[in-house]
Design a protein around this ligand. Sequence first.
Ligand SMILES: *Cc1c(COP(=O)(O)O)cnc(C)c1O
Length: 461
Amino acid sequence: MADKRKPWAEPYKIKVVEPVKMTTREYRIEKIKEAGYNTFLLRSEDVYIDLLTDSGTNAMSDYQWAGMMLGDEAYAGSKNFYYLESNVQKFYGYKYLVPTHQGRGAEHLLSQSLIKDGDFIPGNMYFTTTRLHQELAGGTFVDVIIDEAHIPDNLHPFKGNVDIQKFEDLIKKVGADKIPYISVAGTVNMAGGQPVSMQNIKEVKQMADKYGIKVVLDATRAIENAFFIKEREPGYADKSIEEILFEFCSYTDAATMSGKKDLLVNIGGFVAVNDWELFEELRNLVVVYEGLHTYGGLAGRDMEAMARGMEEAVQYDHIRSRIKQIEYFGNQLIENNIPIVKPIGGHAVFLDARAFYDHIPQINFPAQKLAADLYIESGVRAMERGIVSAGRNRETGDHNYPKLELVRLTFPRRVYMQSHLDVTAYSVNELYEKRHQAKGLKMVYEPKYLRFFQARFEELS
Ligand SMILES: *Cc1c(COP(=O)(O)O)cnc(C)c1O
């Protein structure tokens, strides 16, 4: 056991600083009202500690910034593309690469290429943009994650796992020819950053192979997933992150990637596949929506930064610090009995808003309100992952009522120090102590797509 008293510090030091604005409570009350109680509509300059997302908010290293100067901004055949391609082959193992401006660009191309009207796409819980692109391509998403994933305090070590029985039941029900692929994400963002085990992805691959179904990995956080496998799965403690990542991907046929997460950049993504024909289709489509297949909506320098970020992202000290920072924060909340999703995930700590504000019914948006209240309390920005994010049922038009009603505090990579986490934990605790005073919200503006980004609310009187 490690000595608990031994101090620990982040494995990086500061070379450039970005000052942040300190604000008053009165100021923040005014700003959150103006923003319709939606933290997405706040201006970032009014935020003190920004835990809205870990997407594109990474701090790049001096090695990456140096690479930015080596951008080959040729329209076609940029050398940064070939470097990125060779790193994707080396670390993820897929043969062919199509870069895209970010993850959803990759999801769009892949969904359009593989899904026909009336198809079903099983997945280990949904991700907002992934599911939307499946639906826009004519598919229907079916959740096949294990039941434990929907229970906030269930301590299953791999809560992201696919329920193989649910997967097979779906195949038997709709027929394998209606299922072009199963979509597996590791870690699972919406379940609280929970990992998928190596054993499980192997079993998924076996079942999929039996019926001629492809396995598509959402590789956005596959490096964080690899760290959990190393820590929790028998037989992997002595394997490197690099080896685990490579093996994991070997049980899948293709991957979409948002480089804005694991890969330590501010913009970028890709779709990578093993099948030549699928590659041809993607390479053709990317020209329509993103740009030529050797840049896909990115500058040469962005591809260079992503290729270099990949090399840093698989370093054990980096990924360990990344995940342990979050554990450090989550443990402070647990010590104060604050209801959070357990085990603590790989990129975020999720407050269980249903339990936190147990007097506010789901239809009055408890998680939306909790995120707004946290901003008022301390200037910390988090986001809702509950009924607002879940959107409406396409057939009935009613809200989807997810079991999980959460507020996500998400940690940008290499941006904040432990002291920022201490301040945040203190603020959550303050809020918890006066939780009974909180009132719910009503929605006063609802956009049609991905409503959580732009919806507006008012406080109930
Ligand atoms: C962020 C994310 C995406 C979408 O990627 P963008 O770069 O935001 O378009 C897809 N899947 C998962 C799991 C993500 O976290």
